[in-house]
Design a protein around this ligand. Structure first.
Ligand SMILES: [Fe+2]
Length: 340
């Protein structure tokens, strides 16, 4: 319990009863941690606005008319370029980088402008052609429906980059992107019960196609993962986990009053939503145009193709990407205010 509270220019200084030590809570800190009912007011009696980033932009197939793009030279030149790049990724969940040299090393250097590359059981930065050496559907020529990668990790990969270096002796292989946050909002509006089932039923995920590899998260996770509820507001969707090939079965027992049948009905609705033409953004990857997307938000897929494709790319951890975004878009002081 406080024994003394003194108002100072810098903040509130509190002397504690138990051991007599004092603490200084700066006004900035108090503003950041105020409760909704205790919102601070300015001199005019109006609520003091929080210094918050711009809202994210939901999109559907119409994004094809004006997709987010930055220039390779600008990203490589300075941190301002990285700030513009990471801000577009944060707002849209994906971004192209035009003018990228058609070269794996230059693409790796580009990806490392955000953060170090995440190594998995598939390796780090990859440069592969379509064969089955890794025993994964990504290494085939098959069509792949919209999915997120690495659902089987406790901490799925944050960003993924693809750069098509060449496509010879064949056609097809259009890339598919779907805004998972937009799809979840649509599902919630059209079928609240299905949305509820997918956000409340933890299920298993696994990677077990390669000898010696059996990866599964430390606990079960739902398809739609929501964050904390801050100040009595609505929790925000943080992460979509969706890869039907890596999904375990749903337990027959009831969770929150829901049985397996309800979950499978919800999953069918979710799949139908993801396949809606107005949700799907199809584009052909081109050499010289690298694509990066937020694997916690945007699902990816592709149509089948013929011939031989060479693609390079890699993953970046979510936390390291967000840290880089924060530190290239805000001053150090502003960045610290966002997390303390
Ligand atoms: Fe994938």
């Amino acid at each position: 319990m406080p024994s003394e509270v003194v108002t100072e220019e810098a903040g509130l200084r509190i002397k504690w009863n138990d051991d007599g030590h004092t603490s200084l809570y700066t006004w900035d800190w108090i503003l950041k941690h105020r409760t909704k009912s205790g919102a601070l007011l300015d001199k005019e009696g109006l609520p003091v606005p929080k210094d918050e980033p711009a809202p994210i932009v939901h999109w559907g197939s119409e994004i094809s008319a004006n997709p987010p793009i930055v220039e390779y030279d600008e990203v490589m030149a300075n941190d301002k370029g990285v700030g513009q790049w990471t801000e577009k990724i944060r707002q849209y969940g994906f971004c192209y980088v035009d003018g990228c040299p058609i070269d794996p090393k230059a693409t790796e250097d580009l990806l490392q402008r955000i953060a170090f590359i995440r190594v998995t059981h598939y390796g780090g930065f990859y440069d592969f052609t379509s064969d089955l050496t890794m025993k994964d559907t990504a290494y085939t020529t098959l069509a792949l429906p919209a999915h997120t990668d690495t659902t089987y990790f406790t901490d799925p990969a944050g960003l993924q980059m693809f750069h098509l270096l060449s496509h010879t002796d064949g056609t097809g292989g259009a890339s598919l992107l779907v805004d998972g946050f937009h799809a979840a909002a649509e599902l919630k509006e059209q079928d609240p019960l299905a949305h509820f089932a997918l956000s409340r039923t933890p299920i298993t995920w696994h990677a077990s196609g390669n000898d010696g590899i059996t990866i599964t998260p430390c606990k079960k996770f739902p398809v739609l993962n929501y964050g904390d509820t801050a100040e009595g507001g609505t929790p925000e969707l943080q992460q979509v986990r969706w890869n039907n090939d890596d999904r375990g079965v749903v337990a027959l027992g009831e969770i929150d009053g829901m049985g397996a049948e309800m979950w499978y009905n919800a999953a069918r609705k979710w799949d139908e939503t993801l396949r809606r033409p107005d949700m799907a953004y199809w584009a052909q990857l081109e050499p010289g145009r690298a694509l990066i997307f937020d694997n916690w938000r945007v699902l990816h897929g592709r149509s089948s193709f013929t011939g031989k494709r060479r693609i390079c790319g890699g993953y970046i951890n979510r936390d390291d990407y967000v840290s880089r975004w924060r530190n290239t878009n805000f001053t150090r002081e502003e960045a610290l205010k966002q997390i303390l």
